[in-house]
Write a protein that binds this ligand. Structure first.
Ligand SMILES: Nc1ncnc2c1ncn2[C@@H]1O[C@H](COP(=O)(O)OP(=O)(O)OP(=O)(O)O)[C@@H](O)[C@H]1O
Ligand SMILES: [Mg+2]
Length: 344
């Protein structure tokens, strides 16, 4: 082989350990075939044991659709293609029974809107007990009850012995969110997909939940896909960041590199539009224009109309996500070069 001498620059994250979850070329469309709404347009990513990948992007970029599509949580109105492999299970080819077996136990989703995730007619405790019993986590109902209280305590619910008996409508939105997180982590899944899990929570509870994820990750080597539009959270918990725009990943790489020296103009614009804790950035500059909506017709790069670095080809072809350095990928015809990044 010709490349045998080029082995010295492989960073740790490049060492190809087997991914726990591998998503390849995922597409999700809604609506009719004649007039489809393409919400996710060819996303590929891998999650590794004990590591967190953050999916960052503006509202409407397809983050939630992507998260739900991985678990195939859509009915017939969605067309999902591409492959999703969870260890030895090919989720993309699994039937409903196989999906039921892996969901919750090996891969869990904390959905963005917790209200739909809880049964309004049953107490919080009975819902937690059911999940624990269903997956055989605890042998007896009494132990499941104790474990349910313990899980509620873990997610920062004060007075868990009272809350375990409560019905969802008796709890505040933030409390319900924490109950949904407790259900998500209850079976110690290998993979946790958490869709904006802390957005509705105040800062102290947010820190507590992120700490809980960190602790579970340390003890169980859980792989986490965290969906957020909060750059501060992304920086704090992400090993890697994938930035999504108009249904595709436009930049992907190690957290510090993506956030400190973005290569895609959209990432740079996104960072300039939000306050960064601890860093004085002067005035914030909102991204001009608006994001394309899923289903809107477009040609070329979907960010081109809002971008200050467009070149002729930006209007003609949508760039592929290509490697710019080991572990780092960008989809742009005119990416920000390293020397420009240092100068800015
Ligand atoms: N069930 C559905 N049917 C049709 N279109 C949908 C459906 N769900 C989502 N979409 C569309 O797909 C696009 C992506 O939505 P998605 O909810 O994934 O965005 P998001 O990145 O999670 O945004 P946010 O940050 O606001 O949560 C949006 O344009 C949305 O309107
Ligand atoms: Mg969302």
């Amino acid at each position: 082989m010709s490349e045998t001498i080029q082995v010295e620059v492989t960073p740790r994250e490049e060492v190809s350990e087997t991914a726990v979850l591998e998503v390849r070329d995922l597409h999700t469309e809604f609506g009719s075939r004649d007039d489809p709404i393409a919400a996710v347009r060819g996303v590929s990513l891998q999650l590794h044991r004990g590591r967190t990948l953050v999916l960052l992007g503006e509202s409407g970029s397809g983050k939630s659709v992507m998260a739900r599509s991985v678990l195939r949580l859509y009915g017939r109105n969605a067309r999902i293609t591409g492959s999703v492999r969870l260890g030895d299970v090919d989720i993309s080819a699994a039937d409903e029974r196989q999906l039921q077996a892996v969901r919750g136990e090996r891969i869990a989703l904390v959905p963005q809107d917790p209200s739909g995730a809880l049964d309004p007619l049953r107490s919080v405790g009975s819902q937690l007990v059911e999940v624990l019993r269903q997956h055989g986590i605890v042998p007896t109902r009494a132990e499941a009850r104790d474990r349910a209280v313990e899980l509620l305590r873990l997610v920062g619910i004060p007075d868990p012995k009272r809350v375990v008996k409560a019905y969802p409508h008796q709890l505040s939105g933030g409390m319900r969110q924490r109950v949904v997180i407790a259900i998500g982590v209850s079976c110690n899944p290998q993979v946790l997909i958490a869709d904006e899990p802390t957005t509705a929570l105040d800062v102290t509870v947010q820190a507590q939940i992120l700490e809980l994820f960190g602790a579970l990750q340390d003890s169980l080597q859980m792989a986490i896909l965290l969906v957020t539009h909060d750059v501060g959270v992304a920086r704090e918990v992400g090993d890697e960041i994938a930035v999504m725009y108009a249904g595709r990943i436009v930049e992907h790489g190690p957290t510090a590199k993506v956030l400190d020296a973005p290569a895609h103009p959209y990432t740079a614009a996104l960072l300039a539009s939000v306050p960064t804790p601890g860093i004085a950035r002067g005035r914030l500059s909102p991204i001009p224009g608006r994001a394309v909506l899923a289903g809107e017709s477009m040609s070329g790069c979907p960010f081109a109309p809002r971008c200050q670095r467009t070149v002729a080809s930006s209007w003609l072809v949508e760039p592929d996500l290509v490697s710019i350095e080991p572990g780092r990928f960008v989809a742009c015809s005119n990416p920000i070069r390293p020397e420009e990044r240092i100068a800015s």
